[in-house]
Design a protein around this ligand. Structure first.
Ligand code: SF4
Length: 345
């Protein structure tokens, strides 16, 4: 894993500042899916964005990829702001940031061979020449662990899901990007091939110095790839820090609850499960104060009065909670109400 402390001294590859994403609803209403969200990704760093379905993490991915309009804030890639770019300027910049999708099979054109799939981005970006492109395709397939002699003239349906995801990764790499946005890249794969694809992604970061925004709901997967982790709840980051800090010593009650639901191979390392009350509220009717308070087992009166800002703790992570675990010990009453329940055997 890279050292985020060292990287923080270098200009970030990706800067997201006060990002807002709104969706128009029937009747002229608007739903705020992402609410003033900010983060950076350094060169060679993987930031995992995690949270339950509906928290807004895929909306962040689409906004970064410029696949959906933003309602406010700024996104910069290597210092270049996306706002007000012409279509041609965005097309030139787009080769520097590429996406890997959740379903590798449906993301590949079934009527094209692997050679045609990998040639297509080169042609669209005016970078195709017969000899150089053939060499580049062979090299890229080699990077993702596929033998070009065996795969180039075959079609996507002839490959397994894991092989298709390797082809998708090769397609993303062919234009030599600096940033990969990976949207649940292994959640559609069998458990047996997930580790292979995660190893490919980790290898890319080491060999090519790629930066990655890794979207996932699976904290066990995130533990294998992330340098830093940002936990999202209802459109905002509630905790962000190094993977070790956030995953081993969560400071926000929501992070602790998510982690308690992850099965551990070692039963002795399994923490007690923290049961969250009810469903995530609608973004159309947020609770007053802390937006997590309706489900938080440690909520106190102060939590309804004011929304906690994302504030730094002594170890460098940032947490949006009036009573983060590593700073303030909840009162005896709050501790009692926060006692997690036993995991059912
Ligand atoms: S501010 Fe209060 S309700 Fe919100 S997460 Fe912290 S303890 Fe829970």
């Amino acid at each position: 894993m890279t050292n985020p402390t060292t990287q923080a001294q270098e200009p970030p590859v990706l800067e997201v500042r006060d990002l807002d994403v709104l969706y128009a609803l029937a009747g002229g209403q608007q739903m705020r899916a992402v609410d003033r969200l900010s983060f950076d990704i350094a060169r060679g760093e993987t930031l995992a964005l995690v949270g339950e379905s509906g928290c807004g993490k895929s909306s962040v991915a689409k906004a970064v990829m410029q696949l959906s309009p933003t309602a406010g804030g700024a996104i910069r890639l290597e210092g270049q702001a996306f706002a007000n770019l012409t279509a041609n300027a965005l097309k030139r910049l787009r080769r520097r940031f590429q996406m890997i999708f959740q379903d590798p099979i449906s993301s590949l054109n079934p009527q094209r061979t692997v050679r045609e799939i990998l040639e297509f981005p080169l042609r669209v970006n005016g970078r195709f020449d017969k000899t150089g492109s053939a060499r580049r395709i062979r090299e890229t397939l080699d990077i993702v662990g596929l033998d070009s002699q065996n795969v180039l003239e075959r079609y996507p349906h002839e490959f397994s899901g894991g092989q298709c995801q390797r082809i998708s990764i090769a397609r993303a790499l062919i234009l030599e990007p600096v940033l990969l946005v990976c949207d649940e890249p292994v959640s559609a794969l069998d458990v047996s091939v997930r580790a292979q694809v995660l190893n490919v992604l980790n290898d890319l970061r080491r060999r090519l110095g790629l930066s990655m925004l890794f979207i996932s709901h699976d904290l066990a997967v995130v533990r294998n790839v992330a340098d830093r982790v940002a936990v999202m709840y209802l459109g905002r980051i509630c905790e962000i820090g190094t993977a070790r800090d956030v995953l081993d010593r969560p400071a926000h009650p929501y992070t602790a609850a998510l982690l308690s639901a992850v099965p551990r191979a070692d039963p002795a390392a399994q923490t007690r499960r923290i049961a969250l009350q009810g469903e995530m509220p609608s973004p159309m009717s947020l609770p007053t104060g802390c937006r997590f308070r309706t489900r938080c087992p440690g909520a106190q009166a102060a939590c309804a009065a004011a929304e906690p800002p994302l504030a730094s703790l002594a170890d460098g992570r940032q947490v949006a909670c009036h009573f983060p675990f590593s700073v303030a010990v909840p009162s005896a009453d709050a501790t009692a109400s926060f006692e997690p329940e036993e995991i059912a055997s």
